[in-house]
Design a protein. Structure first.
Length: 352
């Protein structure tokens, strides 16, 4: 896809899954195809039609996220297959119990698109064993029932909204019957990548739940906010779901002040509260997306004071090895008697 490809583009009606399909859609050049075929031996590709239609050129923030590059075959020291240490805290297939009051479930290892920087890229997109079987679900429900300290069930993946509304309905009904579960949270890119899946059947499942339902939307650039995506957000808020946003800080996608400001403000326009800005996890072949933490801190500092406080996410890092997510700052405090204002000036204060 050298330079601008505008008029040559053929907008496909189906999701693109390999080099040939990307080439046929005019998204890559024939020289790139070979490299992409190599990458595809290791990592899945999916570019849904809505996102494909929004890609303008090679450096487009959507293209950077979904079109493979040869850099993915380069491994950098520190990169590991399981960067956030899910394995260590997985008592059952499909379940991660790292924090006492909440469990994370991976009901499906399929996504509507495959992010080139994905932290679970070694797990998602394989053809076999991609949907959690009923026997595994039964064990998970028993585990959750037995652990009264669990308040929240997080459906992650993969992407839980790639499940059929029927399967989701069954899961929600089972969870509705567990008294100590108060919250159900889903992590998804479906409203952005395949908003047509946010249909009546799915909305009914979310609306009918007896629990407090939260949907965390993974979005990294304002260009992902197509009209169909925005309509899907509206449908979700209309059925009483609370929306939060999750963003990964990514080199040449959103690592500048104006991109982050536009993204966080756009989220608020659709009642999506920016929740986390994630420091990139060290999954294999993702170093070309790495933004140093000091740069991330500076970007957030530049937003402070100028943009509504509602637009401010917590900048978090998942410590490799499974030690948990922690906020990285920026900090405005020095010792216990000095505070920095948003313009950078220090003030001595008493009894803070
Ligand atoms: C990220 C994560 C959560 C959710 O953490 P919050 O800080 O509550 O958003 C829960 N469980 C696991 C295993 C996680 O990786
Ligand atoms: S949607 Fe999430 S799990 Fe799926 S490829 Fe992207 S980052 Fe990975």
């Amino acid at each position: 896809m050298p330079g601008n490809i505008g008029t040559k583009r053929i907008v496909s009606q189906k999701t693109l899954h390999d080099g040939q399909e990307l080439l046929d859609a005019g998204l890559i050049s024939s020289q790139q195809k070979e490299a992409i075929d190599k990458v595809n031996k290791y990592y899945a590709i999916a570019v849904p039609p809505l996102l494909a239609s929004r890609i303008q050129n090679q450096n487009d923030p959507i293209a950077r996220q979904v079109i493979p590059s040869l850099s993915e075959l380069k491994e950098t020291p520190g990169e590991v297959a399981d960067p956030i240490g899910d394995e260590r805290f997985s008592p059952l297939k499909g379940l991660v119990h790292r924090y006492e009051d909440r469990v994370l479930i991976k009901p499906i290892l399929i996504c509507p698109l495959y992010c080139r920087f994905c932290f679970r890229r070694e797990q998602v997109g394989h053809k076999q064993d991609s949907v959690l079987d009923i026997a595994s679900w039964e064990k998970i429900f028993d585990y959750v029932k037995d652990h009264q300290e669990i308040r929240e069930v997080i459906l992650s993946g993969g992407d839980p909204l790639m499940l059929s509304p029927r399967r989701l309905s069954w899961i929600f009904q089972e969870l509705d019957n567990i008294r100590h579960i108060k919250l159900i949270r889903l992590h998804t890119r479906v409203p952005i990548a395949m908003p047509e899946r946010v249909n009546e059947a799915l909305l009914k499942v979310l609306e009918d739940s007896l629990k407090s339902v939260w949907v965390a939307i993974h979005t990294n650039h304002v260009k992902e906010f197509s009209q169909p995506a925005c309509d899907a957000f509206k449908r979700l808020t209309q059925v009483g779901v609370a929306l939060v946003g999750q963003t990964v800080l990514l080199k040449n996608v959103n690592d500048n002040v104006s991109a982050l400001e536009a993204l966080f403000c756009k989220m608020l326009d659709y009642k999506i509260k920016p929740y986390y800005l994630h420091q990139l996890d060290k999954a294999p072949g993702t170093d070309h997306f790495h933004v140093p933490v000091q740069r991330g801190l500076k970007l957030l500092e530049a937003l402070r004071g100028r943009v509504t406080g509602l637009a401010w996410p917590t900048y978090v890092y998942d410590i490799p090895g499974g030690f948990g997510k922690v906020p990285l700052g920026p900090s405005y405090l020095k010792g216990d008697d000095q505070v920095r204002d948003p313009k950078g000036q220090w003030h001595k204060v008493e009894r803070i």
